[in-house]
Structures are given as C-alpha cells and as structure tokens.
Design a protein around this ligand. Structure first.
Ligand code: UTP
Length: 274
C-alpha cells in the first residue's frame, strides 16, 4: 500500500528570481495558498498521509508552514479570520510530516535519493510542487495510485507537449497499452527536438518502487552534471517496469512566470472561494 509522498523542494528556483532569492519557490501562493499545499492536498486525496519533504538552505518557511502557529492562532481565535486557517490545520492534524535537507543541489535524482531516509523500503509517490495539477474527475496522483494498485511498478505522469519544447522535459518512447497507458521503452532527459523519441513529456508526478534508491546510488551525473531521475528510471524501463500514464486533467508549470500567471487566473476564476 502506498502511504508516503516525497516532495523534492531543494531547488534554487532560478526562473523565478528575484522572488526566490530568499523565499522557497514552493511557498509562492496561487491565489491564497502556497504551491506545496496544493501538492499535499492532491497526495491526501490519493490516500497518502506521510509527507516527506527534501528541503535545502533558505527553505525553513516550508517546515514552519506545516506546523502550528500558536501566537497567530491565539490572536485570531473566535474571529472570522479563523476559518482561513482551517484547511491547513486539518492537513497538520491528518498527516505526518518529515523533513531532511539536500546538502548540494545535485539534481532531482540526488534529491530523491536524499529522501530515502524518510521513505525507507516501500513504494512511494513523488510530487514536484511547482507542477500544479488539476485532475478531471479525480486528482492526478489519485489516478496514478489506482494504476499502481493494478500494476505494482513505477509510473510516470506524461503529457503531450509541442515538439519544440522537448528540451525542457524528460521525454519517453513507449508502446501504447489500454487506457492512456504506455509501457516505457526509452527515456531521454531534455532532448533537442530532433533527437526526441516522441512528444510525450514526463511531468512532476511519479510513483516509484523502492529499488529506485539502489539504482540512483549507481547513477552517475548526466545532463548538466546532475543526477537525473530519468537516467535511473531508464534502468527500470529497460526491464519493462515503468508505465507512462497520460493523465486526465491539466498541468500548470508554476516554476515559470507564464505558467504561474495562468494558474493564478485559472484558480481565481474556477476554484477560489473568498
Ligand atoms: P527544477 O528543474 O524546476 O529546478 O527542479 P529548480 O531549481 O527548482 O528551478 P529553476 O529551473 O532553477 O527555476 C525540479 C524539482 O526538483 C527539485 C526542485 O525543488 C523542483 O521541485 N530539485 C531540483 C531538488 O530538490 N534538488 C535539486 O538539486 C534539483
């Protein structure tokens, strides 16, 4: 059974400078909630209750956010404003949070390996909080948990992207199975459009079997000198143990200014209740 969700949140967020100079990218608000809270809520909807966060220097606002704020809560107790804190209080009450720090920003693969100490030897989900997902009938992670429960192998969420954007993503090749599923046969990190095996890009939702940690330990630095999760996943893919899932819903790349603004407009118009 899947219980744990890992949030790699140690990156510098350079695309959002100067805002991210002292503030974690994951704490940028979409309307009135920080990005990472949307990710945690999506994980909870998928039945996960252990939230493991990989932070780094300058990211203390994240553990503080998922903790009680006695002074503030005392101050607004009994006022209208109290209800604004109810959702985050519910999260704190229902979930277990644990944190560790990535010492050097050596890439997403290294961040996930850093999380091993919080995950242990069990399957787990990964959410990159700057990819904000809105599922159609149910949340994207919830959809993936259903697939994991049937197939018990690693799963990556994929999306069709314009071919000239392949150099921003991990890109897969695979054989189509039923129901938006692909058996992944190849994956390449940020290929030039002319080298891309398809236009199916991996987005920031994954489910991993725990042997990924042993594979990551053996994975040398790849593109940009970083430990790439795509390289480790490729080892599992060669054994036929990775599925790509074309999720039902919409994703906003909130690590970019354009995606962040689109998400803000979307959530303000369709989701936000004052
Ligand atoms: P990104 O590629 O978005 O990098 O990382 P970034 O540093 O966050 O942002 P930019 O590109 O400089 O603007 C994808 C995810 O992996 C995490 C990030 O926090 C983000 O959630 N990450 C990346 C780490 O935790 N550690 C790393 O060393 C690299």
């Amino acid at each position: 059974m899947l219980k744990k969700c890992l949030f790699p949140a140690a990156g510098y967020g350079t695309r959002f400078l100067p805002a991210t100079k002292t503030m974690p990218k994951e704490m940028l608000p979409i309307v009135d909630k920080p990005l990472i809270q949307y990710g945690v809520e999506e994980a909870m909807e998928g039945g996960l209750s252990h939230m493991a966060v990989v932070t780094g220097r300058g990211k203390r606002a994240i553990p503080d956010y998922f903790d009680v704020s006695y002074e503030l809560e005392h101050q607004i107790q009994g006022t209208e404003k109290e209800k604004k804190l109810a959702p985050i209080r519910e999260i704190i009450d229902q979930c277990v949070f644990s944190f560790t720090r990535q010492k050097e920003m050596r890439g997403l693969g290294d961040a996930i390996l850093t999380g091993e100490t919080l995950i242990g030897n069990e399957p787990f989900a990964v959410v990159l909080a700057d990819d904000l997902c809105v599922g159609n009938a149910k949340g994207v992670l919830s959809q993936m948990v259903d697939i994991y429960n049937q197939h018990k192998c690693s799963i990556v969420a994929i999306e069709e992207i314009p071919i000239d954007e392949t150099d921003k993503y991990g890109v897969i090749a695979g054989d189509a199975l039923a129901g938006n599923l692909y058996r992944v046969s190849n994956m390449v990190e940020k290929p030039h459009p002319s080298d891309a095996p398809s236009n199916l890009a991996i987005i920031g939702r994954y489910i991993f079997t725990p042997d990924i940690f042993d594979i990551l330990r053996e994975t040398p630095p790849g593109k940009n000198g970083e430990i790439q999760i795509t390289d480790a996943l490729y080892v599992q893919a060669k054994q036929g143990r990775v599925l790509g899932y074309k999720f039902s819903g919409r994703r906003f790349d909130c690590g970019s200014v354009e995606g962040f603004v689109s998400a803000t407009n979307f959530f303000y118009e369709n989701v936000y209740t004052p």
